[in-house]
Write a protein that binds this ligand. Structure first.
Ligand code: BGC
Length: 333
């Protein structure tokens, strides 16, 4: 064999070996690494659920997410937390629609309004995808179950607390997350019913914050300017009382106003400690998320679940916070 043919032969073998290695390497990449991440993940889970909140980055909803993720981890569920960045009904509905189209195993969301949410929830359930409402119910829809606060009762509790704390004498302004959403409507109704027989309690104004702290502060400022007779505020969504407290502190009017709000976010507790916010209605967002995932698994496995589970609700005031307690409640984890 000539020197030239030996060299050509060796090159031939080397070329063959390199080609085979490349083929094996890239073949492997296609089968494993190039698989869409979601698909790879899905293969490792028993179920794929979606939690669609009113507002993704809202601290309250992050607690619901935390609870849901803890249960998901425990029970082998792939949980997606998706929805509007800022409260927006159209985006909310679209996200539910898209989740249903991608054939997830279950959807957890709010039933914010009967007109818009009930027909969509019904269509999703009729397609065979179970829906559980969390935090806000659409009780006339075909949702399988609701878990969350009894929103009417929580408003009623707020009204009773205000009567007791103001000795039945107050001119109240209400700032609500929305005039049109089921939970906010009920929280206002419960409050109105609680105070309606009190001769010394007058509801002077009611404004909407669209669940935004900035808008709650703007509305509070406007009320302070326009209604000097107002001496009490009731905020019905998590950031309302915080917005009101900011305004009241800015104008150093803490002693002139009684404020009652909703939820136990760290900032709310900070204002309660300073006695700017006088009382708040406790909800259990972590619990809602955690239990909703467990209920969904039970439903899929054909177990009976109660159609309504009300999580605990109560009033919290500064006296209920031990002095050295972190600004976080047990249930918030
Ligand atoms: C309500 C949530 C709402 C949040 C807004 C909470 O009190 O339960 O439904 O999205 O407030 O900050």
């Amino acid at each position: 064999m000539s020197k030239l043919s030996i060299t050509a032969y060796i090159f031939g073998i080397l070329f063959f070996l390199v080609s085979v290695s490349f083929a094996i390497f890239y073949g492997y990449q296609v089968v494993t690494h190039h698989l869409p991440i979601e698909e790879k993940k899905a293969a490792a889970y028993h179920y794929h659920f979606v939690l669609v909140p009113e507002e993704l980055d809202n601290e309250y909803w992050r607690l619901v997410e935390k609870g849901a993720k803890a249960a998901a981890k425990e029970y082998g569920v792939m949980l997606e937390y998706v929805g509007p960045k800022q409260a927006n009904i159209e985006d909310h509905l679209k996200t539910i629609e898209m989740s249903a189209a991608s054939k997830v195993d279950g959807i957890m969301t709010q039933g914010l309004s009967d007109e818009q949410f009930t027909p969509l929830i019904n269509r999703v359930v009729e397609k065979g995808i179970p829906v559980i409402t969390v935090d806000t119910d659409a009780s006339n829809s075909k949702r399988m179950a609701y878990i969350g606060t009894d929103n009417y009762y929580s408003g009623y509790l707020a009204g009773k607390a205000l009567i007791a704390d103001t000795k039945g004498q107050a001119n109240v302004a209400i700032i609500t997350g929305s005039f049109y959403k089921n939970h906010q409507i009920k929280r206002v109704q419960g409050f109105q019913d609680a105070v309606k027989t009190e001769k010394g309690i007058h509801i002077i104004d009611i404004q909407e914050s669209e669940i935004s702290r900035v808008q709650a502060a703007e509305k509070a400022f406007q009320i302070v300017q326009e209604h000097p007779e107002v001496n009490a505020f009731y905020g019905t969504s998590a950031l309302d009382a915080i917005g009101i407290a900011q305004v009241v502190e800015k104008y150093k009017k803490q002693n002139q106003y009684y404020i009652i709000g909703f939820d136990t976010l760290p900032e709310t507790l900070k204002y309660i400690r300073k006695r700017t916010i006088n009382a708040t209605v406790v909800q259990e967002p972590y619990e809602m998320g955690y239990e909703a995932v467990k209920m969904m698994i039970d439903l899929i496995n054909g177990k009976k679940v109660p159609s309504v589970i009300h999580t605990n609700t109560r009033i919290l005031k500064v006296e209920d916070l031990p002095p050295s307690y972190p600004d976080k409640l047990e249930g918030d984890h």
